[in-house]
Design a protein around this ligand. Structure first.
Ligand code: TNX
Length: 506
């Protein structure tokens, strides 16, 4: 009853009893996985899972004939062995081990029932290397505590990329030492207007992560084999930055951090000083986030102000560009060069295809599948995250009382039916350009960790299956496994959406 479904599961005879005297041994390269597993299991068994003789032993080791994220887990009467191709594989084997236990094993207290693991042999590895969630902490700030908990929940589902949308019109959420006003001013917005499906609730809102917070978040994620990919969204979605430093914008009048939703008109100017400003910002961001991938946004940049700006028009003339789309492309290229020189790869939303795409750029394709298909065919790596299939800010059922009545209905079954490789690329060698997918938790209408739970779960479980498990789908089988999985989420304290909705509603 494992979620996401493993590649191969063979039921065997017998069972292993986990108790306070169970021992746990690991080779030194797996010390991190072992200490994580001890931390999860010891409150449940009441024992310390030390190495050495015990009532039975859990052994963690590496196997060099497996890919790094693959594992083999065998459970027998006298012991449990987890073999990983690398530490990530061993970690996923340990996650599967937890799911073989009763749901009570997900509580942080003694289980009060025997902890029996059914004998089995499980062989497993992911279908895609990029298994992500986009979390928008700009529209509504999520506390550090909420973020760490969310990372644990991602890891439980064998997801490995947290794409953190750190900046937008409505808030700047990352401390930058060189430019303190980005958070002093940009992290706070006044009473918002109401409207847009009741979205803005008339309350002031704000918050940001200090650099120490972010170092902690990144390290916490790394221990769970989750890479945090930072996004600083440019050149649109930047009103909070312009409110802090008006010289970044196109107007003479000052702006405030935005208090409405939708695509805004205020975008960065294209001065060299603005490019330098953001490269200085990235100098600090790269220090905090070791991820090989860094997202510079590039989505929904309205060109109205560039059309009206003599400076932007002069730039178009000087560079011999055709139009404002090419100007945006020129702007994004500056950051591609900057990141490439520092050994990082640029990720951008599919609008970066317009007006010419930076050579090594990775495209995050969100407007249906079109961007994914053309980017892959022109030799770019692609992450698929179509708003038609994996946007979890969209409502989960058609009911009038469904909380957050935004977007089209996107049910659990819709998510389960998603294939990360678009139809057009399935019989095309360019399909290999799809690195994987990420689901989108945009938070205009998700204003708290509780609401995040409701919108994310259980759809994240279905999504995890689409990126981890083999392509074949069996909805009835998924439903059975989900029925065993929901009590695990409940034991953790996740307020997932209960069928038929909208409970639990706050
Ligand atoms: C589009 S996805 C956006 C976000 C919004 C989202 C709402 C993307 C690159 N841009 O700014 O939050 O739709 O669903």
């Amino acid at each position: 009853m494992i979620v996401p479904k493993p590649v191969r599961y063979e039921v065997r005879q017998g069972r292993f009893v986990l108790d306070r005297d169970t021992a746990l041994t690991a080779e030194s390269a797996l010390a991190g996985v072992a200490s994580w597993l001890r931390g999860e299991l010891s409150p449940v068994t009441g024992g310390e899972l030390l190495p050495g003789p015990g009532s039975g032993t859990i052994t963690l080791r590496l196997r060099d004939d497996l890919p790094p994220e693959a594992y083999r887990l065998s459970v027998a009467d006298d012991g449990v062995v987890i073999e990983g191709g690398g530490p990530a594989g061993a970690f996923y084997g340990a996650q599967t081990l937890r799911q073989l236990l009763p749901a009570a094993a997900f509580r942080k207290a003694a289980a009060g029932e025997p902890l029996l693991l059914p004998a089995a042999l499980i062989e497993d590895e992911p279908r895609f290397g990029w298994r992500g969630c986009i979390l928008d902490v700009a529209r509504h700030f999520m506390t550090k505590h909420d973020l760490l908990r969310f990372i644990d929940l991602m890891a439980l589902h064998k997801l490995n990329v947290l794409h953190l949308h750190l900046t937008d019109d409505q808030g700047w959420r990352v401390e930058i030492k060189r430019y303190p006003r980005l958070t002093e001013v940009g992290a706070w917005r006044k009473e918002s207007q109401t409207g847009w499906n009741g979205a803005m609730d008339g309350r002031p809102h704000g918050g940001y992560y200090t650099q120490d917070d972010l170092r902690e978040i990144v390290a916490y994620a790394a221990r769970r084999h989750v890479t945090v990919v930072p996004e600083i969204d440019l050149p649109g979605h930047t009103q909070a930055a312009i409110a802090a430093y008006p010289e970044l914008g196109n107007l003479d009048t000052p702006l405030e951090v935005r208090t409405t939703w939708g695509v805004g008109v205020n975008v960065l100017n294209v001065e060299d000083s603005t490019v330098t400003f953001f490269q200085n910002v990235f100098d600090e961001v790269l220090e905090l986030f070791p991820s090989p991938y860094v997202c510079v946004g590039g989505d929904e940049c309205r060109k109205d102000q560039w059309r009206d700006s003599p400076a932007a028009q002069r730039r178009i003339g000087e560079l011999g560009l055709r139009d404002e789309d090419e100007l945006q492309s020129w702007f994004i290229h500056r950051f591609d060069e900057y990141l490439a020189a520092r050994g990082r790869r640029l990720v951008g939303w599919d609008e970066i295809l317009e007006g010419g795409l930076a050579p090594g750029a990775v495209v995050a394709s969100w407007r249906g599948d079109l961007g994914a298909v053309s980017a892959a065919r022109s030799g770019h790596d692609v992450i698929t995250c179509p708003n038609t299939s994996v946007y979890f800010d969209y409502r989960q059922g058609p009911g009038e009382d469904e909380p957050v009545p935004f977007g089209t209905v996107l049910t659990l079954e819709d998510v389960y039916a998603f294939d990360p490789v678009p139809k057009e690329l399935r019989d095309d060698p360019a399909g290999a350009r799809v690195l994987g997918s990420q689901c989108g938790l945009w938070t205009e209408l998700i204003d708290s960790g509780r609401r995040l739970d409701y919108m994310a779960f259980p759809r994240v479980a279905a999504f995890a299956e689409t990126v981890w498990s083999p392509a074949a789908r069996d909805l009835a089988d998924f439903r059975l496994r989900l029925a065993a999985h929901l009590p695990r989420l409940a034991a953790i304290g996740v307020e997932y959406r209960q069928e038929p909705g909208p409970l639990p509603w706050q």
